[in-house]
Design a protein around this ligand. Structure first.
Ligand SMILES: [Zn+2]
Length: 475
């Protein structure tokens, strides 16, 4: 008899996601893996892109047993097949945390693709060795430097402070600095935040069984795509809201620039720092390289466009137009009926779940492993307020034990009797209260309800008097 197959790996790329990426998105993909917290473990690998409004767009995901070279190869080969990417594709850029094996696998499968490393991950390693506020400032300046000249000038500043830190950074491939990024992806992201966003998105159901995780992701994507399509349809303008806002900010900065016209499309622009830039509107280039990298005109370009009295939106990359954005979400993800209604019979039979792994030690609490230097998770503790007893003027009573002085219907030796005795011991400093308690104790030996009632009434009266006195004081 043939044994039932056991689950090993899985890959999902919905047709709508594939079409949306190919037709509407920038050729930019973030790749990452996220450990599932369910009974069978496993790692959720994902390929995520961003749309024209800088929103996360999940393209493909899969579950593998562990993050290693073989599982990355499986995932990326499936991805290329699903997206129909040719091996000689030169416009595609990947951003990753520079995990072991992943970069090599990308190079093997797609030798002409471009790779970026997440600057935040590099900084975490850098900080572990060279921790200084000034070095931190220079690191991020070098990481966002759009030109080689600017990058070198910041690196020289690092060299002056700490030569070892400079050497450590220079040994790395320049994949963490903007000046070395491929201009085709029209993106100024230097971190792999989009996959982090996707992982936190999945975080709601990370401890569910594998098929539930996959199905929940599908439902979330279906809902999100539909909302985004109708949201943008109701908006006016040529470009997406995020780009519109950025253009307005850049326009304000451009007012400080001086523009000198060379010919119909060429300008010499002097910015507020008295730095000169050559702008060519026909070739879509600017000396600061920002326009070429991000696809959105920089302040120098905006100054030149304003000088020509033309529309700034016409000089944005097509990825940011409303038309392209609507194309991104024009494909819908169809709903599927319940599993019990589906005819999913196959020759393989029922696929068995992967072998259950029991880890060593105490099970984790399901919290994400935090990176060195990252702020620890704040542990929120329920705040309980200790109530101050109006009768005994002491802290330590809560709502439940507040009325423990009551003796109604209780006999000697009952919990109420004991609590009153304890209170008497505690309140030796208040002669009035102590006397009252003694009356209570003595009266209890005769086990009469009337005495309890009278004491209760006196206590109540005393409380009321005190409240009234306090109110009068406040007035
Ligand atoms: Zn520029």
């Amino acid at each position: 008899m043939q044994a039932s197959p056991i689950f090993k790996r899985l890959f999902v790329c919905l047709y709508a996601c594939k079409e949306d990426f190919v037709n509407g998105c920038r050729p930019f993909l973030g790749i990452d893996g996220y450990h599932l917290k369910g009974q069978y473990g496993g790692v959720l690998l994902s390929a995520v892109s961003i749309d024209g409004n800088n929103e996360v767009l999940p393209i493909a995901h899969g579950v593998v047993e562990i993050k290693n070279k073989a599982s990355w190869r499986f995932f990326l080969e499936c991805l290329y097949e699903a997206l129909g990417i040719a091996g000689d594709n030169t416009s595609l850029t990947f951003i990753s945390d520079g995990q072991k094996g992943l970069t090599n696998v990308i190079h093997d499968i797609l030798p002409n693709a471009h790779i970026q490393n997440c600057s935040r991950h590099i900084y975490m390693n850098f900080k572990g060795k060279y921790n200084s506020l000034l070095l931190k400032k220079y690191f991020w300046e070098a990481s966002t430097a759009p030109t080689m000249h600017l990058f070198q000038s910041v690196m020289n500043s690092i060299k002056e402070i700490n030569i070892k830190a400079y050497e450590w950074l220079m040994k790395l491939p320049a994949l963490w600095s903007r000046h070395a990024f491929h201009i085709g992806c029209k993106n100024d992201a230097i971190t792999n935040n989009m996959t982090e966003s996707f992982n936190s998105w999945v975080g709601d159901f990370h401890s569910k069984p594998i098929l539930s995780v996959i199905d929940n992701i599908r439902i979330k994507i279906m809902d999100k795509f539909n909302k985004r399509y109708y949201q943008i349809r109701s908006l006016n303008g040529i470009v997406t809201p995020v780009v519109k806002k950025k253009i307005a900010e850049v326009y304000e900065l451009s007012r400080k620039c001086k523009v000198y016209l060379c010919n119909a499309d060429e300008f010499e622009v002097v910015d507020s720092f008295h730095i000169r830039h050559v702008v060519n509107l026909r070739l879509r280039t600017c000396g600061c390289k920002d326009w070429e990298l991000s696809g959105i005109p920089c302040k120098n370009v905006v100054a030149a466009i304003a000088h020509k009295r033309e529309k700034i939106e016409d000089y944005c990359a097509t990825y940011f137009t409303k038309e392209k954005y609507m194309k991104t979400y024009e494909h819908i993800i169809f709903p599927i009926p319940d599993v019990s209604e589906l005819d999913i019979g196959s020759d393989l039979g029922v696929v068995q779940p992967p072998l259950l792994k029991t880890g060593v030690g105490r099970p984790s609490k399901g919290e994400r492993k935090r990176e060195p230097g990252e702020a620890p998770l704040a542990h929120f503790r329920k705040k309980t307020r200790s109530l101050r007893s109006e009768i005994y003027k002491r802290l330590g009573h809560n709502k439940r034990t507040f009325g423990r002085g009551s003796l109604e219907g209780k006999k000697k030796g009952s919990s109420s009797h004991r609590s009153v005795r304890k209170e008497r011991r505690r309140d030796d400093d208040d002669p009035d209260d102590a006397r009252l308690s003694q009356i209570v104790t003595r009266s209890q030996t005769s086990t009469t309800t009337d005495v309890g009632d009278s004491v209760q009434a006196r206590l109540k009266r005393k409380m009321t008097d005190k409240w009234e006195k306090r109110k009068a004081r406040k007035k």
